[in-house]
Design a protein around this ligand. Sequence first.
Ligand SMILES: NC(=O)c1ccc[n+]([C@@H]2O[C@H](COP(=O)([O-])OP(=O)(O)OC[C@H]3O[C@@H](n4cnc5c(N)ncnc54)[C@H](OP(=O)(O)O)[C@@H]3O)[C@@H](O)[C@H]2O)c1
Length: 296
Amino acid sequence: MADSGVRAVAVLGTGLMGAAIARVLAKSGCVVTVWNRTAEKAKVLAELDGITAADTAADAVAFADVTLVVLLNSAHVEAAFAGVDLAGRTIVNLVTGTPDEMAGLGDLVTSRGGRYLAGAIAGYPQDIGAEKGALVYSGSAEIYNELKGTLVKLGGRSTLVSERLGGAAATIAALGGFAVVAITAYIEAIAFVQSEGVALDKLGDVTDTVLGVVESGIAESARAIQAGDFETDQAALRTYLKAFETFMEAFDSAGSRSVLIGALTKNLADGVAAGYGNKALAALAKLPRELDVQLI
Ligand SMILES: NC(=O)c1ccc[n+]([C@@H]2O[C@H](COP(=O)([O-])OP(=O)(O)OC[C@H]3O[C@@H](n4cnc5c(N)ncnc54)[C@H](OP(=O)(O)O)[C@@H]3O)[C@@H](O)[C@H]2O)c1
């Protein structure tokens, strides 16, 4: 079904993220009702054109074609829905939760006659409404397609990633984890490099080149994993392991913190121990959660 032109939207939770979402929707022409536990915050928002504050979550939900939930965690969603008539209502849950929590809240909504889409936000409040903003959704394609015209107002690159309700939460855990691990690995790296007298303002070009390596490396790894093809004519896992054992020595002799590079070196050693020494980095995806000690 094409987008039905949702106009009346409720937003439950007007913290930093919920307020940004309510403002962007109101600006785009939606009629927005907000509810927040601390009523003052909702009232301040309701001074803007197109936004009204509801006294209760039930009133907000009853008013809207679709309700977006932007509370802090899944327990708050369950509590906020207590006594709310969800029959025939469409709920989009944007609260950060585990895949199981997202699915559990889906069961709760549908058992009370409602329709449910799980979502997750990649970015900060300042990214809401941006062309490159990305929110990811999971669940019914029919509900997603129906709401798409409204949901893309929150982020031009919004996507339905899976019909399983946990898919959006898993995507954000995975890619959010990747982004922050990458940033903090950079922090660990530049703390080390300064110990050898390297000035950070000299690193611009080489950092740029390395970011290109990251970009091509993740694209190649995704291709390899999808194709199940772990051959390489560039660099084998055992070669990475030797190099990172040397890098670890350098960090250690400088007395630098090496938690993340140490975790990577352990991961490479596990890959080699599991028999993937002559394979590409992507072969690490084949490792089990715990390596069988027999393999080492
Ligand atoms: N901020 C970000 O950059 C960002 C990015 C991606 C995803 N998210 C997700 O968006 C959601 C909201 O985050 P936020 O940044 O807006 O957080 P926030 O500014 O701390 O707002 C939290 C919201 O949850 C409500 N809340 C907290 N405890 C509650 C309780 N016990 N009962 C009922 N309501 C309660 C707050 O109400 P009160 O005003 O009454 O405290 C407020 O509406 C979270 O799941 C977060 O992980 C945030």
